[in-house]
Design a protein around this ligand. Structure first.
Ligand code: FAD
Length: 192
């Protein structure tokens, strides 16, 4: 029996009488109401950050920017944790390297993640290993985690306008933010 279950069983009376005490019954009802309300709030909250390790399969690989050597990978798996724009996953590569990649697909798609990776020839080797992945390859991921959340006007944010500035591969976390901004009833987008 949990903490709240034990404390929600109000005794008949605080003074040992057998009749139920009105004050205790009212306190009991108030506590139950608050617990129910907090449950509704917990259900509305953002998806929890997760450190869960997930095995994913490369389902699609496309070159999306020849000049910058960028590929987009679609990674599929089962019961994937939900995410919000700005989130990234850690990818554990076969070499032992761990690299982070922003999720740039649609958060509404439940069973796949989309990432884009720029090949850096003189880097630490992680992006080259990512580019060598072929369709059907298995990878281990951790997350998603969000170190770059978008605060949305009308949902607790005082912001009245969005302005997105991105350069190069830095566009990846911005893409789902743009989608969310376009869906916002408060939107006023000016493209450049
Ligand atoms: C939250 C997050 C999200 C990211 N999202 C993306 C994404 O969506 N797409 C993407 O392509 N990348 C993304 N990255 C970068 C990605 O994780 C890798 O760093 C990238 O793929 C390069 O990996 P690498 O092993 O080839 O090079 P790395 O070893 O990571 O090196 C990257 C660059 O830094 C330089 N460098 C490394 N160490 C040093 C040092 N000690 N001193 C000076 N310079 C150094 C390297 O020369 C190279 O130019 C993200 C990173 C983070 C933290």
């Amino acid at each position: 029996m949990g903490f709240f279950d034990r404390y929600r069983q109000a005794p008949p009376s605080a003074f040992g009488r057998m009749r139920h005490d009105v004050v205790l019954c009212l306190a009991d009802a108030a506590l139950a109401g608050l617990w129910g309300l907090s449950g509704a709030i917990r259900r509305m909250a953002s998806p929890p950050e997760t450190d869960r390790t997930t095995a994913l399969t490369v389902a699609d690989r496309q070159v999306v920017a020849h000049d910058q050597d960028v590929i987009a990978l679609t990674l599929v798996g089962e019961h994937l944790p939900r995410w919000h724009p700005g989130a990234h996953i850690d990818i554990h590569l076969a070499s032992g390297l761990v690299r982070q990649y922003s999720l740039c697909g649609d958060p509404a798609i439940p069973d796949s993640y989309r990432i884009a990776v720029r090949r850096i020839p003189d880097g630490g080797g992680g992006s080259i290993e990512m580019h060598d992945l072929t369709v059907g390859a298995s990878i281990t991921t951790q997350g998603p985690r969000n170190a770059f959340p978008l605060t949305v006007p009308g949902y607790g944010s005082p912001a009245r306008r969005f302005r997105f500035i991105a350069g190069g591969i830095g566009i990846t976390p911005i893409l789902p933010m743009l989608r969310l901004a376009q869906q916002s009833p408060h939107r006023r987008l000016r493209r450049r």
